[in-house]
Design a binder for this molecule. Sequence first.
Ligand code: GLY
Ligand code: MN
Ligand code: MN
Length: 462
Amino acid sequence: MFSPDTYRARRAELAQKVGSGLILLIGNVDSPFNYTDNIYPFRQDSSFLYFFGLDLPGLAALIDADSGEAVLFGDDGGLDSIVWTGPLPTLAEQAAEVAVARTEGLAALAGAIAAARGQGRSVHYLPPYRGEQRIQLAALLDQPVAAIDAGASDALARAVIELRAVKSAAEIAEMENALEIAYRMHLLALRSARPGVREQEIVGLMQGLAASQGRALAYNIIFSRDGHILHNHGHGHVLKSGDLVVNDAGAESPLHYASDITRTIPVGGRFNERQKVVYQAVLDAQLAAIAAMKPGVPYREVHDLAARVLVEGLAPLGLFRGDAAEVVASGAYALVFPHGLGHLIGLDVHDLEGLGEDRVGYGEGVTRSADFGRRSLRLGRPLREGWVVTVEPGAYFIPALIERWEAEGRHAGQIDYAVARQFADFGGIRIEDDVLVTADGARVLGKPIPKTIAEVEALASA
Ligand code: GLY
Ligand code: MN
Ligand code: MN
Protein backbone atom coordinates (compact mmCIF):
# COMPACT_ATOMS: atom_id res chain seq x y z
CA MET A 1 0.00 0.00 0.00
CA PHE A 2 1.12 3.59 -0.49
CA SER A 3 1.42 5.89 2.54
CA PRO A 4 -1.79 6.97 4.32
CA ASP A 5 -1.07 10.54 3.21
CA THR A 6 -1.12 9.50 -0.45
CA TYR A 7 -4.72 8.36 -0.14
CA ARG A 8 -5.71 11.40 1.94
CA ALA A 9 -4.22 13.74 -0.67
CA ARG A 10 -5.92 11.93 -3.56
CA ARG A 11 -9.30 12.18 -1.81
CA ALA A 12 -8.78 15.88 -1.06
CA GLU A 13 -8.05 16.57 -4.74
CA LEU A 14 -11.09 14.58 -5.79
CA ALA A 15 -13.36 16.46 -3.36
CA GLN A 16 -11.99 19.74 -4.62
CA LYS A 17 -12.52 18.82 -8.28
CA VAL A 18 -16.08 17.58 -7.75
CA GLY A 19 -16.88 20.63 -5.65
CA SER A 20 -20.06 19.71 -3.81
CA GLY A 21 -22.31 16.81 -2.85
CA LEU A 22 -21.46 13.31 -1.68
CA ILE A 23 -19.07 11.05 -3.58
CA LEU A 24 -19.99 7.40 -3.27
CA LEU A 25 -17.29 4.84 -4.13
CA ILE A 26 -18.25 1.19 -3.92
CA GLY A 27 -15.63 -1.53 -3.54
CA ASN A 28 -16.12 -4.85 -5.27
CA VAL A 29 -17.62 -7.93 -3.68
CA ASP A 30 -16.60 -11.53 -4.27
CA SER A 31 -17.82 -12.84 -7.59
CA PRO A 32 -19.03 -16.47 -7.74
CA PHE A 33 -18.30 -18.53 -10.83
CA ASN A 34 -20.80 -21.33 -10.27
CA TYR A 35 -22.12 -21.13 -6.71
CA THR A 36 -21.81 -18.59 -3.95
CA ASP A 37 -18.81 -19.96 -2.11
CA ASN A 38 -16.77 -20.89 -5.20
CA ILE A 39 -15.39 -17.54 -6.25
CA TYR A 40 -13.16 -15.95 -8.88
CA PRO A 41 -9.98 -14.50 -7.43
CA PHE A 42 -11.00 -11.22 -5.80
CA ARG A 43 -10.14 -8.07 -7.75
CA GLN A 44 -10.85 -4.76 -6.04
CA ASP A 45 -12.36 -1.92 -8.04
CA SER A 46 -9.54 0.23 -9.41
CA SER A 47 -10.98 3.59 -8.33
CA PHE A 48 -11.62 2.25 -4.84
CA LEU A 49 -7.99 1.09 -4.78
CA TYR A 50 -6.81 4.49 -5.96
CA PHE A 51 -8.65 6.53 -3.31
CA PHE A 52 -8.89 4.03 -0.44
CA GLY A 53 -6.15 1.45 -1.14
CA LEU A 54 -7.99 -1.36 0.67
CA ASP A 55 -7.92 -4.70 -1.11
CA LEU A 56 -10.76 -6.59 0.62
CA PRO A 57 -14.35 -7.25 -0.53
CA GLY A 58 -17.48 -5.67 0.94
CA LEU A 59 -16.35 -2.08 1.51
CA ALA A 60 -17.85 1.22 0.42
CA ALA A 61 -16.99 4.83 1.14
CA LEU A 62 -18.40 8.32 1.08
CA ILE A 63 -16.38 11.46 0.57
CA ASP A 64 -18.13 14.70 1.42
CA ALA A 65 -17.04 16.99 -1.40
CA ASP A 66 -17.95 20.09 0.60
CA SER A 67 -16.12 19.26 3.83
CA GLY A 68 -13.59 16.75 2.48
CA GLU A 69 -14.49 14.22 5.19
CA ALA A 70 -14.31 10.51 4.27
CA VAL A 71 -16.25 7.67 5.90
CA LEU A 72 -15.44 4.00 5.35
CA PHE A 73 -18.35 1.54 5.49
CA GLY A 74 -17.92 -2.18 6.09
CA ASP A 75 -18.53 -4.97 8.56
CA ASP A 76 -16.02 -6.63 10.83
CA GLY A 77 -15.96 -10.40 10.34
CA GLY A 78 -17.76 -12.47 12.97
CA LEU A 79 -16.87 -15.87 14.39
CA ASP A 80 -17.40 -17.57 11.00
CA SER A 81 -14.67 -15.54 9.37
CA ILE A 82 -12.25 -16.50 12.17
CA VAL A 83 -13.04 -20.17 11.52
CA TRP A 84 -13.17 -20.17 7.71
CA THR A 85 -10.96 -17.40 6.40
CA GLY A 86 -8.83 -16.37 9.34
CA PRO A 87 -9.01 -13.14 11.30
CA LEU A 88 -8.87 -9.99 9.21
CA PRO A 89 -7.89 -6.50 10.29
CA THR A 90 -10.83 -4.66 11.82
CA LEU A 91 -12.54 -1.97 9.82
CA ALA A 92 -11.00 0.66 12.09
CA GLU A 93 -7.51 -0.79 11.52
CA GLN A 94 -8.06 -0.80 7.78
CA ALA A 95 -9.32 2.78 7.86
CA ALA A 96 -6.23 3.90 9.78
CA GLU A 97 -3.96 2.49 7.08
CA VAL A 98 -5.48 4.90 4.57
CA ALA A 99 -5.96 7.91 6.85
CA VAL A 100 -9.74 7.59 7.25
CA ALA A 101 -10.89 8.65 10.71
CA ARG A 102 -14.54 7.56 10.61
CA THR A 103 -15.99 4.09 10.05
CA GLU A 104 -19.55 2.77 10.02
CA GLY A 105 -21.27 -0.57 9.48
CA LEU A 106 -22.37 -1.24 5.91
CA ALA A 107 -26.01 -1.03 7.00
CA ALA A 108 -25.52 2.69 7.81
CA LEU A 109 -24.64 3.56 4.20
CA ALA A 110 -28.24 3.66 2.93
CA GLY A 111 -29.24 6.01 5.76
CA ALA A 112 -26.32 8.36 5.11
CA ILE A 113 -27.26 8.58 1.44
CA ALA A 114 -30.96 9.06 2.14
CA ALA A 115 -30.17 11.83 4.63
CA ALA A 116 -28.00 13.66 2.11
CA ARG A 117 -30.61 13.34 -0.62
CA GLY A 118 -33.25 14.54 1.82
CA GLN A 119 -31.21 17.73 2.17
CA GLY A 120 -31.19 18.11 -1.61
CA ARG A 121 -27.51 17.19 -1.95
CA SER A 122 -26.31 15.30 -5.05
CA VAL A 123 -24.84 11.85 -4.69
CA HIS A 124 -22.13 11.27 -7.27
CA TYR A 125 -21.30 7.71 -8.30
CA LEU A 126 -19.17 6.21 -11.06
CA PRO A 127 -20.60 4.25 -14.00
CA PRO A 128 -20.91 0.64 -12.81
CA TYR A 129 -19.47 -2.28 -14.79
CA ARG A 130 -20.71 -5.24 -12.71
CA GLY A 131 -24.29 -6.37 -12.14
CA GLU A 132 -23.79 -6.45 -8.35
CA GLN A 133 -22.79 -2.79 -8.36
CA ARG A 134 -25.94 -1.84 -10.29
CA ILE A 135 -28.13 -3.74 -7.85
CA GLN A 136 -26.40 -2.22 -4.81
CA LEU A 137 -26.65 1.29 -6.25
CA ALA A 138 -30.31 0.78 -7.10
CA ALA A 139 -31.03 -0.22 -3.50
CA LEU A 140 -28.99 2.64 -2.03
CA LEU A 141 -30.50 5.29 -4.28
CA ASP A 142 -34.00 3.85 -4.35
CA GLN A 143 -33.98 3.74 -8.14
CA PRO A 144 -34.78 1.01 -10.68
CA VAL A 145 -31.66 -0.95 -11.76
CA ALA A 146 -32.33 0.11 -15.36
CA ALA A 147 -31.91 3.79 -14.39
CA ILE A 148 -28.54 3.39 -12.68
CA ASP A 149 -26.14 3.66 -15.64
CA ALA A 150 -27.74 6.86 -16.90
CA GLY A 151 -27.58 8.44 -13.44
CA ALA A 152 -23.81 8.08 -13.04
CA SER A 153 -21.98 11.35 -12.43
CA ASP A 154 -20.17 12.86 -15.39
CA ALA A 155 -18.39 15.32 -13.09
CA LEU A 156 -17.10 12.53 -10.84
CA ALA A 157 -16.05 10.32 -13.77
CA ARG A 158 -14.11 13.21 -15.33
CA ALA A 159 -12.44 14.11 -12.04
CA VAL A 160 -11.38 10.50 -11.45
CA ILE A 161 -10.04 10.23 -15.00
CA GLU A 162 -7.96 13.39 -14.60
CA LEU A 163 -6.43 12.21 -11.35
CA ARG A 164 -5.84 8.55 -12.14
CA ALA A 165 -4.49 9.16 -15.64
CA VAL A 166 -1.42 11.01 -14.36
CA LYS A 167 0.97 8.61 -12.66
CA SER A 168 3.18 9.53 -9.71
CA ALA A 169 6.75 8.26 -9.37
CA ALA A 170 5.50 5.62 -6.91
CA GLU A 171 2.91 4.43 -9.42
CA ILE A 172 5.54 4.26 -12.17
CA ALA A 173 7.65 2.08 -9.85
CA GLU A 174 4.65 -0.25 -9.48
CA MET A 175 4.20 -0.38 -13.25
CA GLU A 176 7.88 -1.19 -13.73
CA ASN A 177 7.45 -3.95 -11.17
CA ALA A 178 4.55 -5.34 -13.24
CA LEU A 179 6.74 -5.02 -16.33
CA GLU A 180 9.50 -7.07 -14.70
CA ILE A 181 7.12 -10.06 -14.57
CA ALA A 182 6.02 -9.39 -18.15
CA TYR A 183 9.70 -9.27 -19.16
CA ARG A 184 10.26 -12.72 -17.66
CA MET A 185 7.06 -14.11 -19.19
CA HIS A 186 8.05 -12.90 -22.64
CA LEU A 187 11.62 -14.22 -22.44
CA LEU A 188 10.30 -17.59 -21.28
CA ALA A 189 7.84 -17.72 -24.17
CA LEU A 190 10.47 -16.66 -26.68
CA ARG A 191 12.80 -19.44 -25.56
CA SER A 192 10.07 -22.09 -25.29
CA ALA A 193 8.00 -21.57 -28.45
CA ARG A 194 9.74 -24.18 -30.56
CA PRO A 195 8.26 -26.34 -33.33
CA GLY A 196 6.10 -29.20 -32.04
CA VAL A 197 5.00 -27.40 -28.87
CA ARG A 198 1.31 -26.70 -28.35
CA GLU A 199 0.37 -23.04 -27.77
CA GLN A 200 -1.34 -23.92 -24.50
CA GLU A 201 1.95 -25.22 -23.06
CA ILE A 202 3.55 -21.81 -23.49
CA VAL A 203 0.49 -20.05 -22.11
CA GLY A 204 0.70 -22.36 -19.08
CA LEU A 205 4.38 -21.57 -18.58
CA MET A 206 3.67 -17.84 -18.57
CA GLN A 207 0.67 -18.22 -16.24
CA GLY A 208 2.76 -20.41 -13.93
CA LEU A 209 5.56 -17.87 -13.84
CA ALA A 210 3.19 -15.07 -12.85
CA ALA A 211 1.40 -17.28 -10.32
CA SER A 212 4.68 -18.44 -8.77
CA GLN A 213 5.40 -14.79 -7.97
CA GLY A 214 1.91 -14.36 -6.50
CA ARG A 215 0.84 -12.19 -9.42
CA ALA A 216 -2.40 -12.05 -11.30
CA LEU A 217 -2.38 -11.64 -15.05
CA ALA A 218 -3.48 -8.17 -16.10
CA TYR A 219 -5.75 -9.69 -18.81
CA ASN A 220 -6.24 -13.00 -20.57
CA ILE A 221 -3.16 -13.94 -22.55
CA ILE A 222 -3.32 -13.88 -26.34
CA PHE A 223 -0.81 -16.41 -27.68
CA SER A 224 -1.55 -17.64 -31.15
CA ARG A 225 -0.19 -18.45 -34.57
CA ASP A 226 -3.54 -16.98 -35.70
CA GLY A 227 -2.37 -13.54 -34.62
CA HIS A 228 -4.58 -11.95 -37.24
CA ILE A 229 -7.62 -12.87 -35.12
CA LEU A 230 -7.23 -9.97 -32.75
CA HIS A 231 -8.93 -11.17 -29.59
CA ASN A 232 -8.25 -14.84 -30.14
CA HIS A 233 -8.08 -16.79 -26.89
CA GLY A 234 -7.76 -20.25 -28.43
CA HIS A 235 -4.44 -21.98 -27.66
CA GLY A 236 -4.94 -25.27 -29.42
CA HIS A 237 -2.44 -25.17 -32.29
CA VAL A 238 0.79 -27.10 -32.38
CA LEU A 239 3.52 -24.68 -33.46
CA LYS A 240 5.46 -25.42 -36.59
CA SER A 241 8.60 -23.96 -38.05
CA GLY A 242 7.88 -20.81 -40.03
CA ASP A 243 4.85 -19.77 -37.96
CA LEU A 244 4.63 -16.30 -36.45
CA VAL A 245 3.15 -16.26 -32.96
CA VAL A 246 1.63 -13.12 -31.47
CA ASN A 247 2.23 -13.14 -27.71
CA ASP A 248 0.24 -10.45 -25.86
CA ALA A 249 0.79 -11.04 -22.14
CA GLY A 250 1.17 -8.94 -19.01
CA ALA A 251 0.87 -9.21 -15.25
CA GLU A 252 -0.18 -7.01 -12.33
CA SER A 253 2.08 -5.47 -9.71
CA PRO A 254 1.39 -6.20 -6.02
CA LEU A 255 -0.80 -3.06 -5.89
CA HIS A 256 -2.61 -4.12 -9.10
CA TYR A 257 -0.99 -1.87 -11.70
CA ALA A 258 -0.94 -3.53 -15.13
CA SER A 259 1.68 -4.29 -17.74
CA ASP A 260 0.62 -4.96 -21.34
CA ILE A 261 3.32 -6.23 -23.68
CA THR A 262 3.22 -7.87 -27.10
CA ARG A 263 6.02 -9.54 -28.99
CA THR A 264 5.88 -11.65 -32.14
CA ILE A 265 7.92 -14.84 -32.20
CA PRO A 266 9.27 -16.60 -35.30
CA VAL A 267 8.80 -20.31 -34.58
CA GLY A 268 11.96 -22.17 -35.52
CA GLY A 269 14.10 -19.15 -34.68
CA ARG A 270 14.29 -17.30 -38.01
CA PHE A 271 12.01 -14.83 -39.82
CA ASN A 272 11.70 -15.51 -43.56
CA GLU A 273 12.24 -12.62 -45.98
CA ARG A 274 8.58 -11.69 -46.28
CA GLN A 275 8.12 -11.83 -42.51
CA LYS A 276 11.19 -9.64 -42.07
CA VAL A 277 9.74 -6.89 -44.26
CA VAL A 278 6.45 -6.80 -42.36
CA TYR A 279 8.12 -7.13 -38.94
CA GLN A 280 10.55 -4.30 -39.64
CA ALA A 281 7.70 -2.10 -40.89
CA VAL A 282 5.75 -2.68 -37.65
CA LEU A 283 8.84 -2.05 -35.54
CA ASP A 284 9.69 1.14 -37.42
CA ALA A 285 6.08 2.32 -36.97
CA GLN A 286 6.34 1.69 -33.22
CA LEU A 287 9.70 3.46 -32.87
CA ALA A 288 8.50 6.46 -34.93
CA ALA A 289 5.37 6.70 -32.77
CA ILE A 290 7.37 6.64 -29.53
CA ALA A 291 9.78 9.27 -30.90
CA ALA A 292 6.85 11.57 -31.74
CA MET A 293 5.19 11.37 -28.32
CA LYS A 294 5.28 14.38 -26.01
CA PRO A 295 2.78 16.45 -24.06
CA GLY A 296 0.27 18.24 -26.27
CA VAL A 297 0.52 15.92 -29.28
CA PRO A 298 -2.89 14.34 -30.02
CA TYR A 299 -2.52 10.57 -29.91
CA ARG A 300 -4.69 10.39 -33.04
CA GLU A 301 -1.85 12.09 -34.90
CA VAL A 302 0.62 9.59 -33.48
CA HIS A 303 -1.68 6.80 -34.69
CA ASP A 304 -1.69 8.27 -38.19
CA LEU A 305 2.08 8.67 -38.14
CA ALA A 306 2.52 5.02 -37.16
CA ALA A 307 0.13 4.00 -39.94
CA ARG A 308 2.12 6.03 -42.48
CA VAL A 309 5.48 4.57 -41.42
CA LEU A 310 3.91 1.11 -41.57
CA VAL A 311 2.61 1.66 -45.11
CA GLU A 312 6.00 3.04 -46.19
CA GLY A 313 7.74 -0.01 -44.71
CA LEU A 314 5.40 -2.36 -46.58
CA ALA A 315 6.24 -0.71 -49.93
CA PRO A 316 8.51 -3.58 -51.10
CA LEU A 317 5.49 -5.90 -51.02
CA GLY A 318 3.54 -3.84 -53.58
CA LEU A 319 0.40 -4.17 -51.46
CA PHE A 320 -0.49 -0.48 -51.38
CA ARG A 321 -0.34 1.86 -54.37
CA GLY A 322 0.39 5.55 -54.32
CA ASP A 323 1.47 7.99 -51.67
CA ALA A 324 1.61 6.52 -48.13
CA ALA A 325 0.00 9.60 -46.59
CA GLU A 326 -2.93 9.18 -49.01
CA VAL A 327 -3.23 5.48 -48.18
CA VAL A 328 -3.54 6.51 -44.52
CA ALA A 329 -5.87 9.48 -45.08
CA SER A 330 -8.27 7.37 -47.16
CA GLY A 331 -8.41 4.60 -44.56
CA ALA A 332 -7.05 1.94 -46.96
CA TYR A 333 -4.21 1.21 -44.51
CA ALA A 334 -6.73 -0.28 -42.07
CA LEU A 335 -6.87 -3.42 -44.21
CA VAL A 336 -3.69 -4.47 -42.39
CA PHE A 337 -3.92 -2.30 -39.22
CA PRO A 338 -7.57 -2.35 -38.15
CA HIS A 339 -7.08 -1.45 -34.47
CA GLY A 340 -5.89 1.61 -32.58
CA LEU A 341 -2.28 2.45 -31.77
CA GLY A 342 -2.86 2.16 -28.03
CA HIS A 343 -4.61 3.17 -24.84
CA LEU A 344 -3.92 4.48 -21.36
CA ILE A 345 -2.68 1.85 -18.91
CA GLY A 346 -2.54 1.94 -15.11
CA LEU A 347 -4.68 0.17 -12.51
CA ASP A 348 -6.70 -1.17 -15.45
CA VAL A 349 -5.01 -2.56 -18.52
CA HIS A 350 -7.26 -0.28 -20.57
CA ASP A 351 -7.06 2.35 -17.90
CA LEU A 352 -10.31 4.02 -16.85
CA GLU A 353 -12.33 2.69 -19.77
CA GLY A 354 -14.98 1.52 -17.30
CA LEU A 355 -15.75 5.22 -16.83
CA GLY A 356 -16.52 5.67 -20.53
CA GLU A 357 -14.16 5.07 -23.42
CA ASP A 358 -14.88 8.42 -25.07
CA ARG A 359 -14.62 10.35 -21.78
CA VAL A 360 -11.17 8.87 -21.31
CA GLY A 361 -9.86 8.98 -24.83
CA TYR A 362 -11.49 11.93 -26.59
CA GLY A 363 -12.32 15.61 -26.08
CA GLU A 364 -10.12 18.71 -26.31
CA GLY A 365 -11.00 19.08 -29.96
CA VAL A 366 -10.55 15.44 -30.89
CA THR A 367 -13.65 13.37 -31.67
CA ARG A 368 -13.73 9.69 -32.44
CA SER A 369 -13.63 8.82 -36.11
CA ALA A 370 -16.41 6.66 -37.56
CA ASP A 371 -14.03 5.08 -40.13
CA PHE A 372 -13.19 1.39 -40.05
CA GLY A 373 -9.86 1.08 -38.25
CA ARG A 374 -9.59 4.59 -36.85
CA ARG A 375 -12.83 4.18 -34.94
CA SER A 376 -11.08 1.49 -32.86
CA LEU A 377 -8.54 4.00 -31.56
CA ARG A 378 -9.38 4.23 -27.87
CA LEU A 379 -7.22 7.28 -27.16
CA GLY A 380 -7.20 10.23 -29.54
CA ARG A 381 -6.75 13.33 -27.41
CA PRO A 382 -3.56 15.28 -26.68
CA LEU A 383 -1.01 13.46 -24.52
CA ARG A 384 -0.15 14.75 -21.06
CA GLU A 385 2.95 14.46 -18.94
CA GLY A 386 2.66 11.54 -16.54
CA TRP A 387 0.33 9.43 -18.68
CA VAL A 388 1.35 5.88 -19.47
CA VAL A 389 0.17 4.79 -22.89
CA THR A 390 0.61 1.57 -24.83
CA VAL A 391 2.16 1.81 -28.29
CA GLU A 392 1.11 -1.26 -30.20
CA PRO A 393 1.02 -1.08 -33.96
CA GLY A 394 0.47 -4.29 -35.88
CA ALA A 395 0.07 -5.73 -39.35
CA TYR A 396 -2.43 -8.50 -39.94
CA PHE A 397 -3.64 -10.36 -42.98
CA ILE A 398 -7.26 -11.30 -42.33
CA PRO A 399 -8.42 -13.47 -45.26
CA ALA A 400 -12.15 -12.81 -44.77
CA LEU A 401 -11.56 -9.04 -44.58
CA ILE A 402 -9.41 -9.05 -47.70
CA GLU A 403 -12.08 -11.07 -49.52
CA ARG A 404 -14.88 -8.75 -48.39
CA TRP A 405 -13.08 -5.53 -49.29
CA GLU A 406 -12.07 -6.92 -52.67
CA ALA A 407 -15.65 -8.01 -53.41
CA GLU A 408 -16.89 -4.53 -52.45
CA GLY A 409 -14.18 -2.86 -54.51
CA ARG A 410 -13.07 -0.86 -51.44
CA HIS A 411 -10.00 1.30 -51.94
CA ALA A 412 -9.50 -0.58 -55.22
CA GLY A 413 -7.17 2.12 -56.51
CA GLN A 414 -4.88 1.86 -53.50
CA ILE A 415 -4.81 -1.84 -52.69
CA ASP A 416 -3.45 -4.55 -54.96
CA TYR A 417 -5.75 -7.38 -53.94
CA ALA A 418 -3.78 -9.95 -55.95
CA VAL A 419 -0.87 -9.24 -53.59
CA ALA A 420 -3.07 -9.21 -50.49
CA ARG A 421 -4.46 -12.64 -51.36
CA GLN A 422 -0.92 -14.07 -51.32
CA PHE A 423 -0.76 -13.32 -47.58
CA ALA A 424 -3.74 -15.49 -46.62
CA ASP A 425 -1.55 -17.75 -44.48
CA PHE A 426 0.64 -15.02 -42.99
CA GLY A 427 -1.12 -14.41 -39.66
CA GLY A 428 -0.18 -11.21 -37.87
CA ILE A 429 2.52 -9.20 -36.17
CA ARG A 430 2.15 -6.81 -33.23
CA ILE A 431 4.77 -5.10 -31.07
CA GLU A 432 3.58 -3.41 -27.88
CA ASP A 433 5.33 -1.48 -25.13
CA ASP A 434 4.14 0.67 -22.23
CA VAL A 435 5.39 4.22 -22.58
CA LEU A 436 5.52 7.10 -20.08
CA VAL A 437 4.90 10.60 -21.44
CA THR A 438 7.63 12.79 -19.92
CA ALA A 439 7.99 16.59 -19.79
CA ASP A 440 9.50 16.75 -23.27
CA GLY A 441 9.14 13.31 -24.82
CA ALA A 442 8.46 9.71 -23.87
CA ARG A 443 10.24 6.80 -22.20
CA VAL A 444 9.59 3.09 -22.65
CA LEU A 445 9.01 1.64 -19.19
CA GLY A 446 10.58 -1.56 -17.90
CA LYS A 447 13.69 -3.47 -18.89
CA PRO A 448 14.01 -3.65 -22.67
CA ILE A 449 12.37 -6.81 -23.99
CA PRO A 450 14.02 -8.09 -27.19
CA LYS A 451 12.30 -6.66 -30.24
CA THR A 452 14.72 -6.06 -33.09
CA ILE A 453 14.91 -8.87 -35.63
CA ALA A 454 18.47 -9.69 -34.50
CA GLU A 455 17.56 -9.67 -30.78
CA VAL A 456 14.49 -11.84 -31.29
CA GLU A 457 16.29 -14.34 -33.54
CA ALA A 458 19.16 -14.60 -31.07
CA LEU A 459 16.81 -15.80 -28.33
CA ALA A 460 14.12 -17.72 -30.21
CA SER A 461 14.60 -21.48 -30.12
CA ALA A 462 15.28 -23.50 -33.23
N1 GLY B 1 -3.76 -6.77 -24.24
C1 GLY B 1 -4.85 -5.99 -24.68
C2 GLY B 1 -4.39 -4.84 -25.48
O1 GLY B 1 -3.27 -4.85 -25.97
O2 GLY B 1 -5.04 -3.86 -25.63
MN1 MN C 1 -2.69 -2.91 -25.20
MN1 MN D 1 -1.72 -6.08 -25.29
